[in-house]
Structures are given as structure tokens and as C-alpha cells.
Design a protein around this ligand. Structure first.
Ligand code: XMP
Length: 525
């Protein structure tokens, strides 16, 4: 059962915004990889027993001396291959006796690096071959510092005009450094470079596939749960849906899902969840209609953080009450995924800043006295989606945009009222329908309508209409930490606005949000 993770790659995080991407790229090749902070202890490192270690980039400068993050000395004693990327290469160089200095020229963005020598990491790859056979690669650079003198044992493998040592290798120890970022898609040969490192140099087999992950998780869940009963809060989002499908396959009727309709869901969401899971798949789902309870609790509250807390707490109350009606429950399943685990580790160590309290990251309270089952805990979102498809969930459902736990509660600005939610549901459904029809749904990462509780004058037919305003929001993002507003075609916006104003009597005006994150956030509250 442990075989899937027997050969794994450790990524030491020096704070680069791309660290998670490195782990995803390695897993796409079929090898399990995990991220740990750069200050991992020697003991933990040995216990982890990786086949190879990648040192990520980072925002600091090794020239700052004692205050700069550095790899544990034990890393150079464990005898496994190392790949240093950007800062990772620089700290490897200084720790092994080389030198780094701050460059006059910062390289940021596209660059072409010339291949200078033979290296197992870079063998058989080139984006361009010159008249004399000289090879070069198109890569993504982002650095100020550079290695100016290599440690003993290293050969020079890559260069650019402003960075003569853009790559180095010690083939005997199997230590490699590259100044550019192979994890970003702009580096054309990035995947090949990682493949060379994990498959050829670290000798890992490609075992980490969707089918194998599912088999592995089914076996783990069965052995954890035995013949006890498991409860799952099913929201209709991707993560909890994939957990439901996975657990249903693993333990069948020992799973009961509770679906809470809080009155803040999208149009038809409740029926869709019941059709898919209860009718089609035969999963036991209890639907709780708690609209009134939620709306009563929210009445008169207009502060976003208070609304989040109320929605989170009410969810717990409702869920608690339902779970008490079911006998013999010992486990609670949750759709926690790997980025949640990384994020909560970062917030525990004080490395992250809380802008909004995303209530479902914290999970349910400890006093529920249930043990947790978290079969997606080690997976990235794209892996969760692939597993969902493999488990037979419809692609439309698995590739849906994310929907926040508090739902429409944070998309109705200020005081939440049922009538506002009804208007918003209709407007949102029109927007999403048109995005699908025009092919823009897949091109955006998240899109939705927002209800603005201000009234505006319009004229419809011969009459004056004094009604609400709807804002449309659509963004493109990779990690939801930063986002660009989507440049939707004017014709599409025109059609959506026309339909919303014509089909919903209570709306007189539609606006499009052209703020990026930062400084705006994706949700309006
Ligand atoms: P922001 O608005 O912080 O959103 O830029 C980033 C992503 O997080 C989602 N989001 C939430 N998800 N509970 C959630 O489960 C919340 O309270 C919450 N607030 C924002 C948001 O939809 C976007 O995908």
C-alpha cells in the first residue's frame, strides 16, 4: 500500500511563489513529491528518505550571510541527487564553497541560455541549434543574484550574456544547479528537465497515476474505517464531490452524506447534487433545507467577516444536529486538499497573512469527537479533478469554477435577504450560461455575479425602472493568490447585460468589474 510513495522527491521551500508548481510538475511525471520548509531538521530529512531533493527559488539573497535561509548541512550528507533552482542553486553554491554576488543586471522574464557542456540533466534537449551545432534553450528567469564561482567538483553547463554561470553540475555527486525556472510553462523544456532529474538521475518509477492513487486511497480508507460509519458534508463543490465518489466506491453504504441547503447556493444546485449522487450513483445523501435558519441568523448583519462566521457556525449547528440522528458514526470525511495543508502550515508558523477567514479551511470543531478521513489530503486540485473524472463524475462538474463556502452570502454586499439571493441566482445563472455558450467558461478561472444593494434608475419600454445593480466578475488566475480580470469580449458582456436586465425585473443596471488581485480580492467581500 505504501509503494506509491516509496520513491519520492522532497522539495525544500525557500519561499518562491512557484514552489507548489514544482511539486505539481514532478507529480505530473508520475512521481510523488512533497514540500517542506527549508529549515527542516536533519532528523526529519533522514526520516523522510527522499530519492532526490529539489531546492526551490526564493525572494531572499544569499549575500545577506547569516540571516539568509540555507539548506540543512545534513542535505549534503544523505547522498541523494540535488537540483537547485535559482535561489536553490545559489545557496547550494555558497554552502559548498562557491561564491554568489548581486548582479548589476536583473534578469526577469524570457531569456535564452546557451548549453555549454554535457550534463545528464540537460542531455538531448534544445530549443534552437546554431550553425555550428551550439544548442540553446528558451527559459524563464527571475533573479538579481548569480553564482560567480562554482564549488569544487562542478562543471559549467549553461550561460547567458549577463549570467555566465546559469547552470552547473557535479555529475559524480549528482548535484545540479540551474538559474532559471523549469517549473513555469514559459520554460519550454521544463518538463524534460524534471523528467531527467526524477526518472534518470533519481531513478524513480512513474507510479503516481490517477488509477493507482484511487486504488491506494480505497485500500487506506477501508483499513482506517473498518466497518464503522462515515459522515461527509457534501457541498456540491469539486473536493467534497470527489470525496463522496471515492468513499462510495471504497465503503458503499457505510457512507452518509449531509447536504445543507443554506439558501445561498447557486440556481438548481440542490437538485443537481441530489440527482447526481442520490439518484444516479446511489449514494446516501440527506438533504437538509436550512434556508430559514441561515437567513434568520444573518438578518441585519452587514460585516463580511461576521457573515462568514455566522454562516460557518450555523453550518456546524445544522450538521451537528443531523449527525446526531445517525447511529454508529465514528468518522468524519473532509475534502481537505494539499494546498489547504500547506496554507494552514504556513499560517501556523506565521508565514501567511490572513486577509479573509475562509471558514472551511479550518474545518469543523474538535469537540465533534469524530476521527477524520481525508483522502485528498495529499493531492493538488488538478489531481483531484483527474481522479473525479476517473471515478466517473461528469467533466462539467469536476471542472466547475470554485464556489466559496459562504456562497452567495459574500456576493450579496451587506445585509443578506432572500429576495436579493433570488435575484442574484438568476443573474448568475444567465452569466454562467452565456460563458458556456461562448466558450469562455473554460478560459476563465472563476466567474460570477454580485448583488449590489443600491438602486439605480433605468428605462425599460416606456416605463421608468428603479431597481438593483448587478456586477459581473470574471478572472484568470493560476493559484487564486493573484488574478487578472478576464478580458471578455464586449459582445458577450453586451448579451449578458441585455439578458439580465430584460429577464430580471428587479435589475436596472449591470456593470463589469475590471479590478485585478491585488489590490482587489476576487470576491467582493
Ligand atoms: P479572494 O476573494 O480572497 O478569493 O481573492 C480567493 C478564492 O477564495 C474563495 N473564497 C472563499 N472560499 N470560503 C471559501 O471556501 C470563503 O470564505 C471564501 N472567500 C473567498 C474565492 O471564491 C476565490 O476562489
Amino acid at each position: 500500500m505504501d509503494d506509491l510513495q516509496a520513491e519520492k522527491i522532497l522539495i525544500l521551500d525557500f519561499g518562491s511563489q512557484y514552489t507548489q508548481l514544482i511539486a505539481r510538475r514532478i507529480r505530473e511525471i508520475g512521481v510523488f513529491s512533497e514540500i517542506r520548509a527549508w529549515d527542516i531538521s536533519a532528523e526529519e530529512l533522514r526520516e523522510y528518505n527522499p530519492r532526490g531533493v529539489i531546492l526551490s527559488g526564493g525572494p531572499e539573497s544569499v549575500t545577506e550571510g547569516a540571516t539568509a535561509p540555507r539548506a540543512p548541512d545534513a542535505l549534503f550528507d544523505v547522498g541523494v541527487p540535488l537540483l537547485g533552482i535559482c535561489y536553490g542553486m545559489q545557496t547550494m553554491a555558497t554552502q559548498l564553497g562557491g561564491q554568489v554576488s548581486t548582479s548589476d543586471v536583473r534578469e526577469f522574464g524570457y531569456a535564452q541560455v546557451t548549453v555549454e557542456g554535457e550534463s545528464e540533466l540537460l542531455c538531448d534537449i534544445a530549443d534552437h541549434i546554431g550553425p555550428n551545432g551550439e544548442k540553446s534553450l528558451d527559459v524563464w528567469m527571475s533573479h538579481g543574484d548569480k553564482v560567480v564561482s562554482m564549488p569544487q567538483g562542478f562543471e559549467h553547463t549553461l550561460s547567458t550574456a549577463s549570467c555566465p554561470i546559469a547552470g552547473m553540475a557535479d555529475e559524480a555527486r549528482r548535484y545540479y544547479g540551474i538559474q532559471f525556472h523549469p517549473e513555469v510553462t514559459h520554460t519550454a523544456q521544463g518538463e524534460k528537465i524534471f523528467e531527467h532529474f526524477v526518472r534518470q538521475i533519481c531513478c524513480c518509477e512513474a507510479r503516481w497515476t490517477s488509477a493507482a492513487i484511487i486504488e491506494d486511497q480505497i485500500a487506506r480508507v477501508r483499513s482506517q474505517v473498518g466497518d464503522s460509519h462515515v459522515l461527509l458534508g457534501l457541498s456540491g463543490g469539486v473536493d467534497s464531490s470527489v470525496v463522496a465518489a471515492l468513499l462510495h466506491r471504497a465503503i458503499g453504504d457505510q457512507l452518509t452524506c449531509v447536504f445543507v441547503d443554506n439558501g445561498l447556493l447557486r440556481k438548481n444546485e440542490g437538485n443537481m447534487v441530489m440527482d447526481m449522487f442520490a439518484q444516479n450513483m446511489g449514494v446516501r445523501v440527506i438533504r437538509v433545507n436550512a434556508q430559514k435558519q441561515f437567513l434568520d441568523q444573518l438578518r441585519g448583519v452587514d460585516d463580511p467577516e461576521k457573515k462568514r462566521k455566522i454562516i460557518g457556525n450555523t453550518f456546524i449547528d445544522v450538521f451537528d444536529a443531523e449527525s446526531n440522528k445517525i447511529d454508529n458514526v465514528r468518522f468524519l470525511a473532509q475534502g481537505t486538499i494539499y494546498p489547504d495543508v500547506i496554507e494552514s502550515a504556513a499560517s501556523k508558523t506565521g508565514k501567511a497573512h490572513v486577509i479573509k477567514s475562509h471558514h472551511n479551511v479550518g474545518g469543523l470543531p474538535d469537540d465533534m469527537a469524530l476521527e477524520l478521513v481525508e483522502p485528498l489530503r495529499e493531492l493538488f486540485k488538478d489531481e483531484v479533478r483527474k481522479i473525479g473524472v476517473e471515478l466517473g463524475l461528469p467533466k462539467d462538474m469536476v471542472y466547475r469554477h470554485p464556489f466559496p463556502g459562504p456562497g452567495l452570502g459574500v456576493r450579496i454586499l451587506g445585509d443578506v435577504k432572500e429576495a436579493y439571493a433570488d435575484v442574484l441566482r438568476e443573474a448568475d445563472a444567465i452569466f454562467i450560461e452565456e460563458l458556456h455558450a461562448s466558450g469562455w467558461y473554460q478560459k476563465t478561472s472563476q466567474a460570477f455575479a454580485v448583488f449590489l444593494p443600491v438602486q439605480s434608475v433605468g428605462v425599460v419600454g416606456d416605463g421608468r425602472r428603479y431597481a438593483w445593480v448587478i456586477a459581473l466578475r470574471a478572472v484568470e488566475t493560476i493559484d487564486f493568490m493573484t488574478a487578472r480580470w478576464a478580458h471578455l469580449p464586449y459582445e458577450l458582456l453586451e448579451r449578458v447585460s441585455g439578458r439580465i436586465i430584460n429577464e430580471i425585473a428587479d435589475v436596472s443596471r449591470v456593470t463589469y468589474d475590471i479590478s485585478s488581485k491585488p489590490p482587489a480580492t476576487i470576491e467582493w467581500e
